[in-house]
Structure formats: structure tokens, C-alpha cells
Design a protein around this ligand. Sequence first.
Ligand code: PLP
Length: 367
Amino acid sequence: MKNKSKVLLGPGPTNIDDKVKIALSREPISHLDAEFFGVLDEITTSLREVFQTKNKIAFAVSGTGSSGMEMAMSNLVEPDDEVLILKNGEFGSRMENLALRLRARVSTLSVPWGESFDQLDVIKKISSLPQLKVVALVHAETSTGVLQDIDLIGNYLKNTDIVFLVDAVTSLSGVELKVDEWGIDVCFSGTQKCLSVPPGLSPITFNDKALMKINNRKTPNSSWYFDLKMITDYWGEDRVYHHTAPVNMLFALNEGLSICLEEGLTRRFKRHRDNGEYFFYRMKELGLESFVDVDKFRSLPMLKSVLIPAGINDSEMRMDLLLNHGIEIGGGLGPTKGKIWRFGLMGFNSSKELIDNLFDKLELYID
Ligand code: PLP
């Protein structure tokens, strides 16, 4: 198999630090070894810092970001619960799909792809639904490159029994995310984005308000694999075997979290912000346009969506960039397919040097 490394500037996964590679290639130990329990404890401590929470429950679900979504929703949502989902891209729609499978009564609020919600409109919608049990939204919509402000919504929900669920798959450790301060009750992420660990785990945290709803369920979670109580019996003090934890992925996550915290969240956010701005500078210099209207909405520093100029064959160009220059970029999803490119500048790959190299190559395709 050819093993020439490629530069991954799409919507994830990213390239990884050598220390993460070493962690992945360690000799496995048992998931029930006391040494490994120490690793789990370190991960929980680091996740609390990265999520900016004091929550007791913070762990990594075995599975990609979508498993965090299933862990959160299958525990929180009971049949007939009224759930509000905010939809402005692919990932909000997936939460709607899952809530329907869980037989919730689903209400949605939508704005077009590329836009974010006015928080006051969301609060108005919430207050029009007296039976509402859960509100779910995506903090960083990777399908469009839009950042959603959530602090006002969360602070409003703090004074209610409604549980606030946030998808932070792309935002965690790339932009400010204050789980406790912003009133987020459940928050999940993925390892392959700004944490720059391969795909395969989903960091997640639950607060006491969420646990109260889960503990008062009338019906058990229909998913065995994602039953929170059984999983926390393993991650917590009892250490009861549930499933064979993916030990090397957890070594890798532990290393990725250490790298992140060594840099410091403030510096990491600034690096993403600075490189996002530099990307826009180079983008405009080349005559390209952002898909997100940045006069009205906030563009993600770690995921830039760009309109494909007329006359370019999207898939041929991306294939050529990958085969001949070793650079991967993302295409559009759903209604943006063939219309936008998505450039990931996440974690390990948020660097001026990689942006310069990228634009040197993009110039070859654009007149
Ligand atoms: N949510 C968001 C915002 C994402 O960007 C992604 C993946 O790109 C997911 C959820 C699903 O994560 P995964 O593909 O790791 O299952």
C-alpha cells in the first residue's frame, strides 16, 4: 500500500501529531487494567477543561461523532417527548432524523443553509412550545461553515426544565465553547476535527439537569450500546465491563488532549482565528468569495466554505489536487454540492504555512 502522506484540508479528519501516532502504535493493554483506568481518569479531567465544565460526567463514546449524537439523544429523548431541532445544514437534519426514529414529537426551526439563527427568534419559538423537553442545535455547522451563537439560548433554558443539547463536533477546541457558562446540558464532539486525533471517538459531557431527565425516564433507552448508566459504570468508580474500550484510540485521545491543553485553549482559539482570517485574505487575493455572508453571519475559523468559480469542474479539480499535489479539500453536501468547496483548517492543520501551500496550488486552477 502506498503511504505517501496527504495534507488533509477538508472537513476532517486532519493530519495528526507524531505524539498521537506513537500513542496509536503502543502495545495495547487491557481495558480492565488499572493502568488503563488511570488513562480514562486523565481523559475525563482533560475533557472537563476542554469543554469548560465542572460536570462529573465527561468521557469519550466509542464511535465517531455520530455516536455522540446517538448517546445524547437516545438517553435524553423518550417516545412522545416534544423536541425542538434547529436546522441550517446537514447536521441539524441528522438530529431531526434521529429524534423521529426515537419517536419524539419533533418541531423544527429552519433558516437557509449558510445562515445562522437569531437567538431571540429561537427563544421565541421555545416559549411557544409549552411541552418542550429538549432543544438541539449545531454550534459549528460543518456543512456550511457557519458559527451559531448560543449563549442567550442556553441562559434562557437554564431557568427551565428543558434540556439543551449542543453538537460541538467541529467547534470543540477550535472556538470558544463554555459548556457551564452558556447553560449547555449535554455537549458532544468528535476526535478528528480540532482535536486532531483520528476518527473513532466522541467526547461527551452531561450535567446534573440532563442526568435528572435521564434518571426519571419512564421507559428504558432502547439502545443497549448507548445506555448511559452502563457506560458510566465503566468510566466511573465501579469499572464494570460494558464493551471492550478501544484502548489505542483512547491513548491517542489522551495525547491529543494533552497537546491541546499544553498549547492552552486561549492560544489555540487565537491560532484558529488568525489562520481563518489569513485564509480569507488569500481567498480574496485570488478573487474567490465566501459562501457565508460575513457581513451578516459568523464564518467558522476552522472551516471555510468558498463559492466555486464558474467554469471549474468541482470533482475533477478536487481529484487532481489530491492526486497531483497531495491536498484533500471538501466538496459541498446536499444543496451546496458542486457549488462550494469546504476547506478545513483544524487543530494540527490550522497553519499559515499550509494555507500558503494550498493557495500556491489553487492558483494553478483559477485564472
Ligand atoms: N456533527 C457535525 C457538526 C459534523 O461536522 C459531523 C461530521 O463531520 C458529525 C456531526 C458526524 O460526525 P462523524 O462523521 O464523526 O460521525
